[in-house]
Design a protein around this ligand. Sequence first.
Ligand code: SAM
Length: 208
Amino acid sequence: MKLKELESCLQQVDVFEEPKLLLEQYPTSPHIAACMLYTIHNTFDDLEGKLVADLGCGCGVLSIGAAMLDAGLCVGFDIDGDALQIFSRNTEEFEIANIDLVQCDLCSVDADVYAQKFDTVIMNPPFGTKHNQGIDMKFLRAALTMANKSVYSLHKTSTRQHIQKKANEWGVKMEVIAELRYDLPASYKFHKKKSVDIEVDFLQFSKT
Ligand SMILES: C[S@@+](CC[C@H](N)C(=O)[O-])C[C@H]1O[C@@H](n2cnc3c(N)ncnc32)[C@H](O)[C@@H]1O
């Protein structure tokens, strides 16, 4: 599948109907999702036939794209039942069968239950800017426990040094694959502008 084709399929994925501010529910744009997944697939061969987890899966754009790139099985985890319902509807509309969903709080889940059960973890986690400071690192810790090979994640560029320090402490290799401008739509009342651009790193973590 070509990149443009993937992006145009992902434009059909339904997103949050009433996004929940405290859960940082903003979807990954079809363009960013397609570029991420295409790179994970074509450059690193970490999707085809792999067991993939999508942490904070929301309405499923990353999982659905991974399934389209022939992931073996994709398991989406999210705390929010409403988002998972939309995700489930999306999978029916796309007639995708190799996806499972788990509703749980990734901050309190015992990630050891899933220790090294997945080849690849993909995620666009909450950034920790809504009275939930540190949630991005909790997601990353869980992701690294659950993956046996690679984790691909989006993080605010301003946190890069901190994340690199943690990756060193945890003994995993971190690579900045791309620096993105993330267009955060003004879906919340307190945003005065139509959209806000923030600098985001697309990171790869490899376990040796
Ligand atoms: C930035 S959105 C990303 C959504 C989706 N992955 C995407 O790429 O469009 C973050 C997601 O994390 C979920 N989330 C927030 N806090 C969570 C928690 N403690 N446990 C599990 N999921 C959580 C939200 O419901 C939301 O779907």
